[in-house]
Design a protein around this ligand. Structure first.
Ligand code: FAD
Ligand code: NA7
Length: 465
């Protein structure tokens, strides 16, 4: 009997798993019986965004945390699939920081080109899993949301690819209950247009606080205050943006901060991160982790320690994204098929501990980027995933972070060089700060450079324009 593989989630990670098997099939390998369950009506995960908040049309929690005017927050050259380049998809050079719809189109392009749609059951949510130690089989109950019918499937291998930026962490602050303005979590943010003229307080000091704060600036917010728990981000913020230590409490519309300062606000956006939640798994198979580069209990960041028939993709904090999910999916595929032999439990634990120890010593963002590059290197060296220059990508991450520090409103106007094709990205027709139409159509309009055409002056690995 063929191996039976179940995949939960058809976001970039789940699609990477499908693509990994497809790539093996193209090379003549036998393919397992695969079924991938996706609760949304389309694949693409976070990138398939929605205007909805709270519950979707079927009463399920809305998955996406993305929003209008979301432009890539890192250079696309750092996430490029090494078997499907941006040049191949768009037929010409595009800019380094495209908007969501453009990246969604790119993700879909690769899977639509291969014959994997047949494995995916859309509008189907994973509800419950059990594992039988004797037969070494998973029993997965799913519900077809369009008919309300439940079904049970048996799998030898189970891949959890449901993402971990969907279930918000929502702390309590004294007095927030009676804050007279709007209070929301970043998960429910859908666009900053309505913040024009408003005084905003963002709690948190990571990607969401920074990006939603700067979206609000772009859309005409009166002021943006970013409140940090551990450390300020320290960018050169625009004139109407300041950082303050953590809120201690609210008095009506006034927030009081740890340093004794205070401010009056119209809107509070809790950019306080997300929880790892797997309600369809029993607790003994469920990953419990903070948002870190190396969650404990996953061998090579992928294989569940106590049950090597269970795999998690994309469960870590992410410098790399799409290409990391690929590297993980190729690795998981080879573990499933036996092409990669599993070391003993003790050897796996020793390997995990090495990564955890190294993680504990990381001192800055540059070191974190190098760490994740080394992690990918190990995975890629173990499989036939097309390798690429990871040191060059690490450098791209460092250039990007330096650009952010130099110009938080301008870093998305920089161009970077692809390590897959060598192409230098195009200079976009509109600077990010002035770009008010984030549609695919508008993005692809207007003057652009051909792949082999002129490049901006003085390009090294990357350059701000
Ligand atoms: P997801 O994209 O979250 O996909 C998981 C899928 O699983 C979803 O389709 C969901 O519907 C499905 N699912 C969940 N539960 C179930 C269930 N029980 N049954 C069936 N299906 C289920 N990355 C970048 O590279 N660049 C960026 O600019 C960027 N910006 C981001 C901005 C925001 C606001 C967020 C939240 C993330 C951003 N990311 C960005 C990271 C992003 O999470 C990854 O790019 C990528 O989407 C992760 O892929 P994934 O497949 O692991 O998870
Ligand atoms: P992150 O990157 O997980 O960051 C969460 C932030 O929230 C971080 O600054 C935390 O501070 C802060 N936080 C968490 N809990 C609290 C409490 N209780 N009080 C105050 N501050 C808190 O999540 P993001 O949403 O920014 O980014 C997630 C993904 O979305 C990312 O991949 C992006 O691409 C988009 P800390 O530093 O831990 O003190």
């Amino acid at each position: 009997m063929a191996l039976r593989v179940g995949i939960i989630g058809a976001g970039p990670s789940g699609l990477a798993q499908l693509r990994a098997f497809e790539s093996a099939r193209q090379k003549g390998a036998a393919i397992p019986d695969i079924l991938c369950f996706e609760k949304q009506a389309d694949w693409g995960g976070q990138w398939n965004n929605s205007w909805r908040i709270g519950l979707d049309a079927h009463g399920e929690p809305v998955h996406t945390s993305m929003y209008r005017h979301l432009w890539s927050n890192g250079p696309k050259e750092c996430l490029e699939f090494s078997d499907y380049s941006f040049d191949e998809h768009f037929g010409r050079a595009i800019s380094s920081f495209p908007p969501r719809e453009v990246l969604f189109d790119y993700i879909k392009g690769r899977v639509e080109k291969s014959d994997v749609r047949k494995y995916v059951r859309l509008n189907t949510v994973a509800r419950h899993t059990s594992y039988n130690e004797d037969t070494q089989e998973f029993t997965l109950t799913v519900e077809d949301l369009s008919t309300g019918t439940t079904e049970t499937h048996i799998f030898d291998k189970l891949v959890v690819a449901t993402g971990h930026f969907s279930v918000p962490s929502v702390p309590e602050f004294t007095g927030i209950k009676t804050f007279p303005g709007e209070v929301m979590h970043a998960h429910d943010f859908r666009g900053a247009e309505r913040f024009a003229g408003k005084r905003l307080l963002m709690v948190g000091s990571s990607y969401s606080a920074e990006d939603i704060g700067m979206q609000a600036h772009k859309m005409g917010a009166a002021s943006i205050t970013l409140s940090y728990r551990t450390a300020p981000m320290g960018y050169h913020w625009p004139w109407n943006t300041v950082e303050r230590p953590l809120v201690t409490h609210f008095d009506g519309g006034t927030a009081r901060f740890r340093d004794g300062t205070q401010g009056d606000f119209d809107v509070v956006v809790l950019c306080t991160g997300y929880q790892h939640k797997y309600p369809f798994l029993p607790s003994e198979l469920s990953l419990k982790s903070a948002n870190v580069l190396y969650p404990a209990n996953l061998y090579k960041g992928v294989v569940w320690q106590q049950n090597t028939n269970l795999f998690y993709l994309g469960a870590q904090d992410q410098y790399y994204t799409f290409n990391m999910f690929d590297a993980q999916a190729w690795f998981a595929r080879d573990v499933m098929t036996g092409a990669i032999e599993m070391p003993s439990l003790a050897e796996r634990e020793a390997d995990i501990q090495l990564w955890l120890e190294r993680q504990a010593g990381l001192t800055d963002h540059d070191a974190e980027a190098d760490y994740q590059s080394d992690y990918l290197r190990e995975l890629i060296n173990a499989t036939d995933y097309p390798s690429f220059d990871l040191d060059a990508v690490s450098q791209l991450f460092k250039d990007w972070m330096r650009n952010k520090h130099e110009d938080i409103l301008g870093y998305r106007d920089a161009v970077h060089r692809s390590v897959v094709t060598g192409t230098v990205s195009a200079t976009h027709h509109t600077r990010w700060l002035n770009a008010m139409d984030d549609s695919l159509e508008r993005y692809l309009e207007g003057p652009s450079q051909d792949v082999d055409g002129g490049t901006p002056a003085a390009v090294t690995s990357s350059v701000a324009v």
